[in-house]
Write a protein that binds this ligand. Sequence first.
Ligand SMILES: Cc1cc2nc3c(=O)[nH]c(=O)nc-3n(C[C@H](O)[C@H](O)[C@H](O)COP(=O)(O)OP(=O)(O)OC[C@H]3O[C@@H](n4cnc5c(N)ncnc54)[C@H](O)[C@@H]3O)c2cc1C
Length: 462
Amino acid sequence: MTQRNSSEHLVVIGNGMAGCRAVEEILARDPARFRITIFGAEPRVNYNRIMLSPLLAGEKTFDDIVINDAAWYANNGVTLVAGDAVVAIDPATKMVTAASGVTVRYDKLLISTGSTPFIIPVPGADLPGVVTFRDMDDVDAMLKAAGKGGNAVVIGGGLLGLEAAHGLSLRGMKVTVIHLMPTLMERQLDETAGHLLKSALEARGQTIVTGADTAGILGDGKVEGVRLKDGREISASLVVMAVGIRPNTGLARAAGLSVGRGIHVNDHMVTSDPDILAVGECVEHDGQVYGLVAPLWEMCRALADGLTGAPGGGYHGSTMSTRLKVAGLDVFSAGDFSGNDGAEDIILRDEAGGVYKRVSVKDDRIVGAVLYGDTQDGGWYFDLLQKQQNISQIRDSLIFGNAFSADQPAPDAPARGRAEPDVNDAGRRPAARDAEPFTRAGLANVGPADARASAATRPAYA
Ligand SMILES: Cc1cc2nc3c(=O)[nH]c(=O)nc-3n(C[C@H](O)[C@H](O)[C@H](O)COP(=O)(O)OP(=O)(O)OC[C@H]3O[C@@H](n4cnc5c(N)ncnc54)[C@H](O)[C@@H]3O)c2cc1C
């Protein structure tokens, strides 16, 4: 076990993904710097929240998804106060108070309280049998309901809702997904990809109702169904609300910190109080709030650099990519494909093969990508996007992916003239897929698109 003589006490509120990662980053830089206490509202050690979806689907157990077990806390000299939510912060005396009445003094405080699922304020929303999908307790509630079989309604056809629906289907429930917008996952997918996804889910036995507005939850003492505003009623013994998340800022606001949509932080995650830091989904950095883990990891590195005095340029925002975690359905989305600012689309569509790819390009740089059915090049497109590589010399082959474009000049290499894709090379080009519409180079360069959802503008796993 790490012995610390440090008198500096770091108190962390939130034993979730960002809070614990921040502690790991601090320990990696300067293990003796702080005496560390973590308060967690959940009565358990730190686990991988992302993996709640495979856990619900029966593909993982809780033990599989634990990130830091009890030994990690002990070995690193970190005191975990689990199952005891902090209820107040007093910046004047530097004290936090927990629900149990315990009070602790801090030298530095880290708020990492994550997000709160949004509950649609409709009649019946508080009935037993209405759950959210955020933590292990929610999964336990869903598994208990699924054990009795019957019908489930998932409100929300975003990433989270579709993963809940998938898990409940595998657990034997008959699932209906109701989604307000006409397109599933409209934040990540365009209309075509959303349509393909809907068809695939329906083929698996789910009922998908798009353009559906919830009027109320039905039931007398417990959930019995959902009524839509158009009068339709869908019976259900379980309703999962997966309609969005909100940064959990209540404590910070009550403590007088500067809060907008999230807790305001600078590039090293310091709030308006120099001794209070914040990280994760609860923060707002440069006008953005985030709901995916990749940016949180970057924030945690910047936080630890700043707190320990390690070199590092701070956090400057993130570009996002997402994948749907539903076995057998490959969906990838990154960046901005809204068509704003004159971006052009390069599209490959193979309906028979169930493949659709769309890469949005502006000024010879990738600004967004949507892949359905074949997502193996998702990482490559995302890399090109993040690095803002000039793709002018591989533009003709870009949509066919990395393997095909590998034969083309390196993106930043001097121009050698445009190469024609080798249409006979079935091994490298996905020749079985007819790119449509098929132009000189097998590509469709489509002009600025209509207003579509942008993964970049609303980056959240919800
Ligand atoms: C089912 C599911 C699947 C997901 N899949 C993906 C994915 O595939 N890819 C991806 O990038 N992201 C995914 N996400 C999102 C990802 O999990 C979050 O971005 C990440 O967990 C946010 O980390 P955080 O630490 O900010 O919040 P959290 O992990 O939620 O941690 C916050 C913790 O703070 C605790 N807390 C709150 N208030 C208090 C208090 N007052 N006192 C003490 N403790 C408190 C909470 O109980 C919680 O344990 C998924 C989320 C869910 C729910």
